[in-house]
Ligand binder design. Structure first.
Ligand code: NAD
Length: 486
């Protein structure tokens, strides 16, 4: 079957490794036609802040897959990441990064390692919603959705199931972020019941990262949030020997993008010495995705045979192990020569790809009840007590002031003088008849009009309100975190 695919050579070493990979794909007779687009540095420097011209979107949206070389993002705050733009615009929800060792041919401290990181690709802190709110305080919003979370978790379970993997580990920080990461872990546990044949565990990301770095062989498939996945997949790739070896897939319902995990390596660009293996592995994932697993396997086997024969690009070349230090083109030629060969020692891979779950999000029916509001106030001079008195006076009992926090820590009532305070205060108001009895609160439903009237009173009294966040109960369950010390 003939497929037309979109290709961007990218920047730095991009054109060299892309040329090498396309030659191997052609030699393996994959029957691909390439539609080239220009994205990246040149486009950025022509004044396009997202690095992709309007006409490229039509081509990207027409073809099922995009094979992308690495891109140089120019320095400066005016440029948006091309990768994040493409991932989010085209709905590429899953970032899949397999990282395995090629011991003894590529030096690694973890010869048995074979880990796949499945990273959520559209949400979390990468929503890009950032604000400076006061002189002192800057904020980045972490946004997770139920459908986005369920989709990535279902994808990870399906991936593990289809590929015969034994274990799926979910990495979160739900001991701290109980609402967001807590929801991610809860959905993992719920969906996991449908996959009793797969061993499942939830780990806190900090100890999880430490263990991935020191005992990677105890992991099989990992599913995690966007930022944690970004970091942990670089750790796993580097552990296998070099970032020059690992490819990645960005999977969407209709369109998917395949690329090396490394960047444009400007330090070695134009020298013909870059390792094309990462992009080649990404291209193999692409072939599987296009329904050509035999072609992918033939290329993988030729590549493994090349590694076994000691023909190694500079980044993985080791005296005593390697026989020949090969340039980019020379390495590609060596792979082409070995098409049809099987590796002797390295495990031949039987690539199966992910399998996109047929997931239709059914929004749960829940009753949402407004029960309070967090009013964020800028005040550079007040003490917590003075601010509380000011708010109590200004709000005229319209709503009840429950607490004030600074950087999330309770400072009123009964704060401690040791707590450092900035000019950014979160003032929590609840219904005037809410029952507050030490640590137990019985919230009372309130109306949006009460909130608006109280905000009016506060601003009339000169309180500098910088933003508000409504507090809701969902079927009576608190949909917001407590302040530290609340
Ligand atoms: P990098 O991955 O480009 O390079 C890190 C180190 O690894 C360098 O020493 C480099 O020489 C080496 N290296 C990387 N790929 C190699 C290969 N195939 N063969 C041999 N050695 C290789 O990371 P960086 O230097 O931090 O970033 C350079 C540029 O790439 C930046 O502009 C960054 O924004 C961009 N970048 C792009 C992507 C992408 O397009 N997906 C990803 C990461 C970084």
């Amino acid at each position: 079957m003939n497929h037309t695919i979109t290709v961007a050579a990218g920047d730095g070493i991009g054109p060299e490794i892309t040329d090498a990979v396309l030659r191997i794909l052609d030699a393996a007779q994959c029957g691909l036609t390439y539609e080239h687009i220009e994205v990246g540095e040149k486009v950025y420097l022509h004044g396009n802040s997202s690095g992709i011209p309007a006409e490229a979107w039509d081509i990207l949206r027409k073809n099922p897959v995009f094979l992308k070389g690495p891109i140089t993002t120019p320095q400066g705050s005016g440029y948006k990441s091309l990768n994040v733009t493409i991932r989010k615009t085209l709905g590429l929800f899953a970032n899949v990064r397999p990282c395995r060792s090629f011991h003894p041919f590529v030096k690694t401290m973890h010869p048995e390692m074979d880990v796949v990181v499945v990273r959520e690709n559209e949400e979390d802190l990468y929503a890009g919603i950032e604000h400076r709110q006061t002189t002192d305080v800057f904020q980045c919003l972490k946004v997770l959705s139920l459908p986005g979370t369920e989709k990535i978790i279902r994808y990870a379970f399906e991936y593990a199931h289809i590929n015969g993997r034994k274990k799926l580990t979910c990495l979160v920080k739900d001991n701290i972020m109980k609402v967001t990461d807590g929801m991610f872990a809860e959905i993992f546990r719920r969906v996991g019941k449908e996959y009793p044949g797969i061993q499942q565990e939830v780990q806190i990301i900090d100890i999880g990262t430490a263990r991935v770095a020191t005992q990677p062989d105890r992991y099989d498939v990992i599913v995690t949030l966007n930022l944690y996945g970004d970091i942990i997949s670089d750790v796993t790739a580097e552990l296998t020997g070099s970032v020059g070896m690992a490819g990645s897939a960005n999977i969407g319902d209709r369109i998917s993008m395949f690329e090396a995990i490394h960047g444009s390596a400007p330090d070695i660009a134009g020298q013909g010495i870059a390792n094309p293996s990462a992009m080649l592995n990404a291209a193999c994932m692409m072939l599987v995705h296009l329904g050509m697993p035999q072609k992918a396997e033939a290329i993988q086997n030729a590549w493994l045979s090349t590694l076994e024969d000691g023909i190694h690009p500079g980044d993985v070349y080791r005296e005593g192990v390697s026989k020949k230090r090969a340039g980019t083109a020379e390495f590609a030629d060596a792979v082409i020569e070995r098409l049809g060969k099987e590796p002797k020692q390295l495990k031949a891979v039987h690539l199966k790809g992910g399998g996109i779950p047929k997931f239709v999000y059914e929004r749960p029916v829940v009753k949402r009840q407004l029960c309070g509001v967090d009013v964020f106030v800028c005040d550079q001079d007040s003490t917590p007590d003075a601010l509380a008195q000011r708010l109590l006076k200004a709000s005229h009992g319209m709503l009840k002031l429950k607490l004030i926090t600074n950087r999330g820590v309770k400072v009123w009532p009964e704060g401690y003088p040791e707590t450092f305070c900035t000019d950014h205060w979160r003032c929590r108001f609840v219904g005037p008849d809410a029952l507050i009895d030490d640590d137990k609160v019985t919230y009372q439903g309130i109306g949006q009009r009460q909130v608006m009237q109280m905000l009016h009173l506060l601003t009339e009294a000169g309180v500098d309100v910088i933003k508000t966040e409504n507090l809701y109960l969902f079927d009576g369950v608190r949909g917001f975190s407590l302040g530290q010390g609340e």
